[in-house]
Ligand binder design. Structure first.
Ligand code: HAM
Length: 423
């Protein structure tokens, strides 16, 4: 026997015991997005490496050390997408979806980052994201935040997440702030670690995001971006907080929130949870009004977010430990004639009640064997068809998950019966 092959570290199988949660979460995400008038966009999993380098930024963790990059057979440098925003912008420009238009888009799919695998951090993970184009906000910022809150509410995890909000200002506010920040950290350069010293001139905002405990005091006393916003940026931020207050969406302003990708300006936000001990972002996003232009399109305001689906599924599991599974029925059929009748009844049930799961015994077996399989399948009810039942035009219904006496239901009452059981 050869040595068995295992999955790549940090890339997970989603097994049948898990997939019910994924189906429920995916269905909810799609339904909420559609109900806000967002349309799905699907882009390739692989893109030219340049797309991510130019959009996410050269001196970000993602581009510096986390991309899965390789040469294809023609020598082109390709990368497995580490996120979805860059691809949406690329597709939008390429297909003429952005210029003088409004777009509300959503996507859902696998992303790849070569990070150190640990709980809630994987090398293949999944994101659900929304991106809007042609709207400069702050009303559209409020819309996508309401959309995210709707998702938490639909999944009943609204108590597990809180919203952190910041503004990175427009370009001129940010430039003024960077000057102050570089001065402050340069005056304290001996306290910085190697990573932050390197960032001091290439990407000083990222120093605020350092997790190094020795630097927290220094970071806490650093100048705040919210004190450096020019009139336009401050008005945008105030406009958003007014809207959020009006709709009762609570948030905390966190002036240290800078995000790990370079394309942001104005509003940035994260929905965080501390249900797993450490504070973790389940959703992050913001405005990126310069990106479309930077990537070769006409200037187009843009704002969006992405949710980490693994993190979302773990939160849903906390509140919904035993997911309410759809009603499922197992047909037990004894003899050839019963098999034929069972197949027809099952097809009819599936046609009339598409939400019910109907499993038909396969592989023969006596009553005991078939009931064991029924039990193992997780079905709620067994519909038994034997000689007697065929003579009386009925099935015997056995409850597999609760103490209810077995009963007979005639063939023409089966749909009615299932409908009642569903309630
Ligand atoms: P991000 O903050 O890099 O933003 O990722 C968004 C979310 O994806 C995170 O909050 C987290 O839940 C999840 N995530 C990221 N990396 C991992 C990982 N290694 N394992 C598991 N989950 C992970 C973006 O990707 C931006 N494109 C969001 C955006 C859209 N901004 C504007 N539009």
């Amino acid at each position: 026997m050869g040595k068995s092959i295992q999955a790549i570290r940090g890339m997970n199988d989603i097994l049948p015991s898990e997939s019910n949660y994924w189906l429920k979460v995916e269905e909810t995400l799609r339904n909420v997005a559609l109900s806000y008038g967002y349309q799905e966009i699907r882009t390739p999993v692989v893109e030219l490496t340049d797309l991510f380098v130019r959009s996410i930024g050269n001196v970000t963790d993602i581009v510096e050390k986390e991309m899965y990059t390789f040469l294809d057979r023609s020598g082109a440098s390709l990368t497995l997408r580490p996120e979805g925003t860059a691809s949406c912008v690329r597709a939008g420009i390429e297909h003429g979806l952005l210029y003088h238009q409004v777009q509300r888009l959503y996507y859902l799919g696998p992303m790849f980052r070569y990070e150190r695998p640990q709980k809630d951090r994987y090398r293949q993970f999944h994101q659900f994201g929304v991106e809007t184009y042609g709207l400069s906000g702050p009303d559209i910022d409020a819309e996508i935040l309401l959309l995210s809150r709707r998702i938490w509410e639909e999944l009943k995890i609204q108590d597990k997440v809180t919203l952190q909000l910041n503004s990175l200002g427009n370009e001129s506010s940010r430039a003024a702030y960077k000057t102050q920040l570089v001065k402050y950290f340069s005056d304290n350069v001996e306290k910085l670690d190697e990573d932050c010293k390197r960032r001091l001139h290439s990407n000083p905002l990222r120093i605020l995001d350092s997790k190094n405990p020795d630097l927290q005091q220094l970071i806490a006393l650093a100048p705040k971006i919210t004190d450096c916003l020019d009139e336009v940026s401050a008005k945008h931020f105030k406009g958003l907080s007014n809207l959020l207050d009006a709709v009762g969406l609570q948030y905390t302003i966190n002036p240290r929130l800078v995000r790990g990708l370079d394309y942001y300006g104005l509003t940035v936000f994260e929905w965080v949870t501390n249900s797993s001990g450490a504070q973790n972002a389940v959703c992050g996003g913001g405005h990126y009004d310069n990106l479309v232009c930077q990537m070769g399109g006409n200037a187009t305001p843009a704002v969006g977010f992405a949710i980490g689906m693994e993190r979302l599924v773990s939160l849903v599991k906390l509140v919904d430990e035993k997911l309410l599974e759809p009603m499922s029925i197992y047909f037990v059929m004894l003899g050839d004639e019963a098999l034929l009748k069972g197949l027809k009844l099952a097809e009819n049930l599936r046609r009339e009640l598409p939400k019910v799961r109907v499993i038909v015994n396969a592989g023969g077996g006596n009553l005991g064997t078939q009931l064991k399989r029924a039990d193992k399948s997780g079905a709620h009810l067994a519909f038994i068809l034997g000689e007697n039942e065929l003579l009386q035009n009925c099935v015997s219904v056995k409850y597999l998950r609760k103490e209810v006496t077995q009963q007979q239901v005639s063939f023409d009452q089966l749909i009615n019966f299932c409908n009642k059981e569903l309630i």
